[in-house]
Design a protein around this ligand. Structure first.
Ligand code: DX5
Ligand code: ZN
Length: 220
């Protein structure tokens, strides 16, 4: 059970300091890259991620909500991100993107928006290290969790277990103390939490609390 806090709703003027608040407790730091094309919002790109990576020790989990990941995704891996996730809806050649990310030394993840069925990525399962099932429409933090996405998480978990591939299943969007247990019970094992962590008075403690809840819920 791994927790990947998203800095989307943190103080972006002091990104490295915000990461340091959770660095000891979290497994990853989730960096939401948005281009105002694939999603209607704009955050930061490769130069900011590169600079940040020089300042932090926790591995970066880059979530690319951008068009043309075929062109851009490998650069994030080359910059030293531990994991790079692209959206299948945006990729021209998803297999090639996954291969290029891995070749550049990162774990490769593939994400699906709420409207995209799991079947769109089922074939990619042996080629990626993580499937990200979005539990909100990508673009903004602080939205409500979409429980109707849980069947996709179960489907991903079933297929991963049946095919014996070691693929992580991540959920992102509206994940917090009230929703993390259903995600873990459905089979997710990497949890992105933005506002739940950064709006908490003690972000590091919230990370620990979320991990404990996930572990409890996943126990058979
Ligand atoms: C939404 C982003 C998420 C977002 C999650 O498009 O991909 O990572 O930061 O924020 P919360 O946890 O507030 O939904
Ligand atoms: Zn994200």
């Amino acid at each position: 059970m791994q927790i990947s806090p998203s800095v989307l709703n943190a103080d972006l003027s002091g990104l490295a300091d915000e990461v340091r608040r959770v660095e000891a407790a979290a497994d990853w730091i989730h960096l939401d890259v948005m281009d105002n094309h694939f999603v209607p919002n704009l955050t930061f790109g490769l130069p900011v991620v590169e600079s940040l990576l020089r300042q932090i020790t926790i591995p970066a989990d880059c979530h690319l909500m951008i068009d043309d990941p075929d062109r851009w995704a490998p650069g994030f891996a080359e910059a030293g991100a531990g994991s790079v996730t692209f959206h299948v809806e945006a990729a021209r050649k998803p297999r090639m993107v996954a291969r290029d990310i891995r070749a550049a030394g990162a774990r490769a993840g593939v994400a699906i928006k709420p409207g995209t069925p799991f079947s769109e990525v089922a074939d990619l399962m042996p080629l990626v290290d993580m499937i990200l099932v979005m539990t909100v429409e990508p673009g903004f933090g602080g939205q409500s969790f979409m429980a109707e996405m849980l069947p996709k998480v179960r489907e991903a978990r079933r297929l991963a277990d049946a095919s014996d591939v070691d693929v992580w299943i991540q959920v992102d969007g509206g994940v917090g103390p009230d929703t993390i247990e259903q995600c873990a019970a459905a089979g997710a094992d990497v949890f992105v939490a933005g506002s739940a962590v950064y709006r908490s008075p003690d972000p590091a403690m919230m990370v620990e609390q979320l991990r404990a809840s996930a572990e409890n819920a996943a126990r058979p």
